[in-house]
Design a protein around this ligand. Structure first.
Ligand code: FES
Ligand SMILES: [Fe+2]
Length: 439
């Protein structure tokens, strides 16, 4: 029994190292789903994915197949994708419009868009005198215990208890504020559809990589160098290379020592922020035109505040990696102990000129999409990490880089000065993990 084999899961996590089973044991994975993913606030999708009544998008929360659906009253509900009759999934497609109600494809039970039972064929003759019928809540589709929408980003929690979404997000809320504030209209719109990548590795390996500021100049060096060579060639021929080359060449030109200049700030619940180079203010004509629109919308003072937010990357543990200055979001959906789906989305700033959108599309395609070598570089390491951890070559994973030099104040842990490559974010994630995993 697991209870005997693993008496205290917190013992698997020490402040500077973690047991390998945390990544490879299927029973621990099940417990993680129960105690973390099926409890805390998990990102379902953006409200613009379901603009009209009846629009739905299916999404996985922990082990549960769910449906995010727009109701007739405009409200978004999150339902279990399961018919209360014999268990059939109500939506087999990833997304679509279900019309005015859901109709199960098996025996035609019908449900309103909020999940409430609408009708059962031959309800009177078939179910008279039974426990089933209109008034039995078991005949309606089960709903997520809690749903909240923050600036268009829809989250659900499958547990009725726990902090509100805002309390849960804490300072990591900056991911959504920064993204939306950069839009002249104060909101973003999803670009329909995302890339989906199934990684053959544990979900935590992906999250740990996101704020690992040491790895880019090693893992992505070859990609960065190749882009840099071409960038230089184009610049020589034409005087100036397109900005998109810089998105890749930075992986070679920002060397390991420079990454230490950045900083990670680590918050309760496992969330973290990496401050850094995206705070730069280019002065090309596209940016100048955008700045003008922003100043008109917000005034000079507020505009300066908005574009002065100096963050590169935010982790909302346990399910999101957000690069708000470039409107990128990756959602992590664990499928099994060694299988993880990532959904790779990007957004359009409402009211911003097209070239500004093209910039985020370029970053999406060149850095985050499955087509780029950057993503492939990372994926190869994730798979190799998982394979190595599944071996008996060692029991522990080390998170000791700059351990003991973190600066802690009021529960917030910052990497020390000039220690941006600190493994503080991983230590922070595992600290939250150990707390969540307590029975
Ligand atoms: S399983 Fe849905 S109506 Fe029978
Ligand atoms: Fe990477």
């Amino acid at each position: 029994m697991l209870a005997e084999r693993i008496p205290d899961l917190a013992k698997f996590v020490e402040p500077d190292r973690v047991r390998r089973e945390v990544y490879t044991d299927a029973q621990i994975f099940d417990l993680e789903m129960e105690r973390i993913h099926e409890k805390v606030w998990i990102y379902c999708g953006h409200e613009t994915q379901v603009p009209k009544a009846g629009d739905y998008y299916t999404v996985q929360i922990g082990r549960q197949p769910m449906i995010m659906v727009r109701g007739a009253n405009g409200k978004i509900a999150v339902l279990y994708n399961r018919c209360p009759h014999r268990g059939n999934m109500l939506c087999g497609d990833r997304s679509g419009n279900t019309g005015e109600f859901f109709r199960c494809s098996y025996h035609a039970w019908q449900f309103h868009l909020d999940g409430k039972l609408k009708n059962i064929p031959m309800m009177e003759s078939g179910y008279a005198g039974t426990r089933y019928g209109k008034d039995n809540p078991d005949c309606s589709v089960k709903r997520a215990a809690r749903v909240e929408n923050y600036r268009g980003f829809v989250f659900a929690s499958l547990s009725p208890d726990g902090p509100s979404l805002k309390e849960f997000l804490g300072k990591a809320i900056v991911a959504f504020d920064d993204m939306c504030d950069r839009a002249p209209e104060g909101k973003v719109e999803v670009v329909p559809n995302c890339f989906r990548v199934i990684q053959h590795s544990n979900w935590k390996i992906f999250l740990e990589n996101q704020l690992d500021a040491l790895h880019p100049s090693v893992v992505h060096q070859s990609t960065g160098r190749a882009a840099h060579d071409i960038e230089k060639k184009i610049a020589k021929q034409t005087g100036k290379a397109p900005l998109s080359y810089h998105m890749l060449s930075a992986f070679a030109t920002v060397t390991i020592d420079k990454w230490d200049n950045f900083q990670t700030i680590n918050y309760p619940h496992g969330h973290s922020v990496l401050t850094g180079y995206m705070g730069l203010r280019p002065q090309d004509p596209d940016t100048v035109a955008y700045d003008k629109i922003m100043i008109k919308a917000y005034g000079q003072k507020r505009f300066e505040e908005i574009v002065g937010v100096n963050i590169h990357h935010v982790i909302v543990y346990p399910g999101l990696s957000v690069q708000s200055p470039l409107q990128q979001l990756r959602a992590v959906r664990p499928l099994g102990v060694d299988r993880t789906l990532t959904e790779i989305w990007h957004f359009r700033l409402k009211g911003a000129p097209e070239p500004i959108y093209r910039r985020s599309l370029a970053y999406y395609n060149l850095v985050n999409s499955p087509a780029t070598l950057i993503n492939a570089d990372d994926l190869e390491n994730f798979w190799k990490c998982h394979q190595g951890l599944a071996s008996e070559g060692g029991d522990w994973v080390s998170f000791a880089r700059h351990f003991g030099r973190d600066l802690e104040k009021d529960g917030v842990v910052s990497s020390g000065p000039n220690m941006g490559t600190s493994e503080a974010p991983m230590r922070n994630q595992m600290k939250a993990w150990a707390q969540y995993m307590q029975p």
